[in-house]
Design a protein around this ligand. Structure first.
Ligand code: ZN
Length: 426
């Protein structure tokens, strides 16, 4: 069988001048976030003495398929360096969430002990472990050393990048898969064609390819420009997914929305054309159209809202500085690098970012602006006048936690619109 894919589904490092999904040249600039350093390449005391590399970071919209994307691709080997922070899924919340995914997929697709489920980007194997508990055969594919952790905890895992070659190897050794799943990887990869055709080759007839990623509509509706960073080469709408899979022997047969990563979608692509489509697909396409994901003015409005929030934030920090009020940051997700670097906030305006005592980011420095990352005990000790919640999509939970620990500061929520929350309101 010839396993080929369109040339534009292999994204080369460097400038990109056509749509990554549909190859159209009808691209529009939504926001220019400047040249930025990689958000997960934190600096140590030592690397602060070295030059720091930056790359263009622009939010671009394709008029034809509505995919939002970057017009510059940093090579995966630079982004996913050996010290790339391990984002594990060991929180109870995530484990519960993954159990729910596996249960509903097992039910919807009648998976039994005869079926093989392959998780691509399987991390420590948390998702697969809930499939395994239900008696389904599982296999993880994970390129990083985390594969070893999964392997040690009894989840069979191949340490490799997923491509056509890896897929062929799996098929030869384990047989065809009934379901291939990937969560939070499909926005990141350069090798879209290898990935889709790898899944195609591995799946049995009518097998399903489950894809979960952050969702364009939630990004735009929620003013979440800070989800734009070099790792996220693309931000998908359902329409963009359909345009992508139209170019392959797959049918998009179902879609669900969820609340992970500040709003996500789970898209089901079934192997073969003309398969039965759940009404949820048509419904969500209609929601996208009514929301205006197909119109340039929607993105212009989004950009204006972002710029207003930025000015208010900067204005607030400068005033606080002038009047001697202390403002510090709390929580350092990848996205806060985009926010603070685009805003141009340095350690004179925001002297530190506090993180949980267990964070691997402690004692490191934010890329670009080099704001130090410190143990959040310091917030309790120093009681600054204001604390900016940089993981603002979890603001409520974080503010409650900090208040319960004895923090008396008021809070700043930077997005989608700049907001001050009094400590007494939490
Ligand atoms: Zn496009």
């Amino acid at each position: 069988m010839q396993l080929s894919y369109p040339k534009h589904h292999f994204i080369n490092a460097g400038h990109i001048d056509r749509c990554q999904i549909c190859n159209s040249d009808k691209l529009h600039l939504v926001l220019d976030l400047g040249h930025q350093a990689l958000c997960d390449t934190l600096l140590s005391k030592e690397t602060l003495n070295e030059p720091e590399k930056t790359y263009p970071l622009r939010m671009i919209w394709c008029q034809k398929c509505t995919c939002v994307q970057l017009d510059y691709c940093v090579s995966g080997s630079e982004v996913y360096h050996p010290d790339y922070p391990y984002r594990s899924g060991i929180t109870k919340e995530l484990a519960d969430y993954q159990r729910n995914i596996s249960h509903s997929l097992i039910q919807n697709y009648n998976l039994t002990s005869k079926d093989l489920v392959v998780d691509v980007g399987s991390n420590d194997g948390t998702l697969l472990s809930s499939f395994k508990q239900m008696g389904v055969k599982t296999l993880g594919v994970e390129p990083t050393n985390i594969a070893k952790i999964a392997q040690a905890s009894g989840i069979e895992t191949i340490q490799a990048f997923f491509d056509i070659k890896t897929a062929k190897k799996i098929k030869k050794e384990q047989g065809e898969a009934s379901l291939v799943i990937t969560t939070n990887t499909f926005a990141h990869m350069q090798t879209i064609g290898e990935f889709v055709m790898g899944a195609y080759n591995l799946l049995k007839k009518d097998g399903v390819f489950v894809n979960e990623t952050h969702y364009l509509l939630d990004v735009i509706a929620g003013g979440q420009f800070d989800t734009i960073y070099h790792e996220h080469l693309r931000t998908y709408s359902l329409k963009a997914y359909i345009k992508l899979f139209d170019q392959y022997d797959f049918t998009i047969t179902n879609v669900e929305r969820g609340s992970r990563y500040g709003g996500n979608i789970r898209v089901i692509a079934t192997k073969g054309k003309g398969r039965k489509v759940n009404p949820a697909v048509r419904k969500l396409l209609k929601v996208e159209e009514e929301f205006g994901l197909g119109k340039l003015e929607t993105y212009e409005k989004f950009a204006s809202r972002v710029k207003v929030a930025r000015l208010k934030f900067i204005d607030f920090l400068i005033n606080a500085k002038k009047t001697g009020k202390t403002v510090t940051g709390n929580s350092c997700p990848a996205r806060c690098s985009t926010l603070l670097n685009y805003y141009g906030i340095d350690k004179e305006l925001l002297p530190y970012i506090a993180e949980q005592p267990t964070s691997l980011k402690l004692n490191m420095f934010l890329p670009g602006k080099h704001i130090p990352i410190v143990n959040n005990q310091r917030l309790i000790d120093e009681q600054p006048k204001f604390v900016v919640i940089l993981a603002w999509h979890y603001a409520k939970f974080i503010m409650e936690q900090l208040k319960a620990r004895g923090l008396k500061s008021d809070f700043i929520i930077p997005l989608p619109d700049f907001k001050i929350v009094k400590n007494s309101q939490v």
